[in-house]
Design a protein. Sequence first.
Length: 116
Amino acid sequence: MAILRSGLILAGGYALKIRRVLFAQTKEQVKRGELSQQEVARAAGQLNSALYELLVEELRLNKGDVVRISLEYEIKDGTVHWKMDSLVVEVWKKVDDEFVADKVSKLKSKTVAGEG
């Protein structure tokens, strides 16, 4: 059983990353003729459609939020079969830049012990 792992990526770029990872992981099967490039593209598209529904429509993530996706799959009879029960999606939400800048500014104005 193979596992597709996206690594940490911006939510706005998940689709391209999933496609690239799947093509990279199945490169040898495509070379041997066990799998076609069209099937890899179809499987990536199918997963990306499902992830779009989850990330954009259900979770309402912004493009700047960060996600990490992992999912098991197997190749059987020239087809990629996703094991959706193994899907793991981790999400980190981006904090507003103005909020962070304000907190950093307040920290800078405080006297820090050991400062010269």
